[in-house]
Design a binder for this molecule. Structure first.
Ligand code: HEC
Length: 98
């Protein structure tokens, strides 16, 4: 019993157990963005592509652009799952200026 508690404590310390409030299976849009988008997009300043705060907040348009690309924006439809693209759209909407 004591050992089981220890394992649970260790696992939660390592972040292996998330609190119920966070327990959805959505991929982490922020993390994906950092890995795949940050070289061209910053949150609040223009780089190769527009700043996130200046992007559209329209989910359909964002999904379409990420999936199929546009001009110098590469397409990611073949690299990401629908859920991953959704998490990126949510990330952009969260960071979009009102
Ligand atoms: C190689 C550089 C590059 C990378 C990597 C890149 N983008 Fe882009 N992105 C661009 C450029 C350039 C544009 C502007 C396209 C245009 O002129 O129409 C753009 C436009 C966009 C737009 C449209 C914004 C609007 O309101 O018009 C979205 C959304 C977007 N990018 C999301 C992403 C996401 C999410 C990722 C990572 C998965 C990503 N981009 C990775 C260069 C990039």
């Amino acid at each position: 019993m004591k050992k089981a508690m220890q394992i649970i404590m260790t696992a939660s310390l390592l972040g292996l157990i998330t609190s119920p409030a966070m327990a959805d299976d959505m991929p982490d849009g922020a993390k994906l963005f950092k890995k795949k988008c940050k070289m061209c997009h910053a949150i609040n300043k223009k780089k190769v592509g527009p700043a996130v705060i200046n992007m559209s907040a329209d989910a359909d348009m964002l999904t379409e652009t990420i999936t199929n690309g546009r001009k110098r924006m590469p397409k990611f439809g073949h690299k990401f799952s629908a859920e991953e693209i959704e998490s990126l759209v949510a990330f952009i909407q969260r960071n979009h200026a009102e």
